[in-house]
Design a protein around this ligand. Structure first.
Ligand code: ACO
Length: 349
């Protein structure tokens, strides 16, 4: 049976380091609060007006292609996962295709937030298993700092997120090669608004009442971004942190066990778990629940914050660079996030 493997990996992290103390200067928060609740010490912010989600993604992608020894003409499909795209449309996939001077290949945008990379990996894996494509570029990138509320009102969300990008090249695997063993995807929209970026949007105010979303009662127009939304500054992400925490600590372990069970493995067989870097407390909770040792879980949220679709490839890259993921290791990637969506990928590295 045809399988896929990771043939190249690359990341990009913006230069600008923003510490918790830097945030203390613009909002009522503290280094102590942020570290205690999230484990985060610092994060990176992209350069406004110079960088974007697609430019960061393109650098990470170019590095992944170099790692795989590929030229632009070799790439036959692009998958781009992000929740902070350059434009509402078109998606970042075509911007990356243009920036890297790829051929007229398909470019798919994935909108599954923190699970975007795992969803994209699953799609890439299926395309390679089916024999449709041979060199797929999978990118996860975020420019969160462009859309966060830097007043005290937004502090519960803003302190968590950072910018960055990561990319993989996926190719068909040989019999004895490293390979993706399986992917598992889930979603449940019952709490869709618990972690959401609602305005601007085309929801028409229908989900949670018109008033809050500033929709004027007029026959045509004014439905995407209204004057009232601007006046109320009602255009930032919102998060019910406790609802997210409660679901995350159940769904993460479930989907990790699902991946292990499906392939006849047990928790003790796992060499490395790379969870989406949502919050260090969530990662620690999963580790404890599964009975994993410290050397079986990789975390780098302390340095980069939560980079959503980019967090798994950035963490995977660093784990490989640090020699913590080695050839033939059993590696599980897992995610949980807005939607809610969650997923896992089990890889023989
Ligand atoms: N600095 C200082 N105080 C803050 C901050 C901040 N940055 N943010 C919130 N507070 C205050 C609140 O205003 C509140 O004050 P009050 O008691 O006077 O009203 C107090 O801290 C407690 O607020 P809670 O929201 O109840 O804080 P909680 O203990 O739940 O911690 C947190 C918040 C860290 C978000 C927690 O709920 C959590 O870890 N949730 C998981 C969500 C998460 O990690 N999301 C990551 C992104 S989603 C993803 O990737 C899956």
């Amino acid at each position: 049976m045809l399988r896929s493997k990771v043939a190249g990996i690359g990341i990009y992290l913006p230069e600008k380091v923003v510490t918790n103390h830097d945030l203390e200067r613009v909002m009522d928060t503290s280094d102590e609060w942020i570290q205690e609740r999230t484990g985060i010490r610092e994060r990176r912010y992209a350069k406004k007006h110079e960088e974007s989600t697609s430019t960061m993604g393109a650098i990470a992608a170019r590095r992944a292609m170099d790692d795989a020894g590929l030229e632009p003409a070799d790439i036959d499909f692009v998958i781009f996962a992000t929740l902070s795209p350059d434009y509402f449309f078109p998606g970042c996939g075509v911007l990356l295709q243009r920036a890297l001077k790829l051929g007229d290949v398909g470019a798919l945008d994935v909108r599954n937030q923190c699970s975007g990379f795992i969803y994209g990996l699953s799609v890439a894996d299926q395309f390679i298993r089916s024999g449709m494509y041979k060199n797929i570029l999978l990118v996860g990138a975020e420019f969160h700092s462009a859309g966060l509320d830097f007043t005290t009102r937004g502090r519960n969300v803003t302190v968590i997120f950072g910018d960055g990008a990561g990319a993989l090249v996926l190719q068909p695997a040989g019999d004895q090669d490293s390979m993706i063993l399986s992917t598992h995807l889930h979603s449940n929209g019952a709490q869709a608004e618990a972690l959401a970026y609602i305005n601007p949007g085309c929801h028409g105010g229908v989900h949670l009442g018109t008033e809050r979303f500033g929709y004027p009662n007029q026959e045509f127009g004014g439905a995407f971004l209204t004057q009232k939304m601007i006046e109320n500054e009602d255009y930032y992400p919102n998060m019910d942190g406790q609802a997210v925490f409660k679901s995350a600590v159940v769904k993460f372990p479930e989907v990790i066990l699902e991946a292990l069970d499906a392939n006849g493995f047990q928790v003790s067989d796992l060499d490395m778990l790379i969870p989406h870097q949502a919050n260090l407390r969530i990662s620690q909770f999963i580790q404890k629940k599964l009975g994993l040792r410290d050397d079986q879980v990789y975390n780098n949220i302390m340095r980069y914050g939560n980079t959503t679709a980019a967090s798994i490839p950035i963490a995977l890259y660093e784990a490989v660079q640090e020699g913590k993921v080695k050839k033939s290791n059993l590696v599980c990637l897992a995610s949980f996030g807005s939607g809610f969506t969650w997923g896992s990928a089990l890889i023989k590295w």
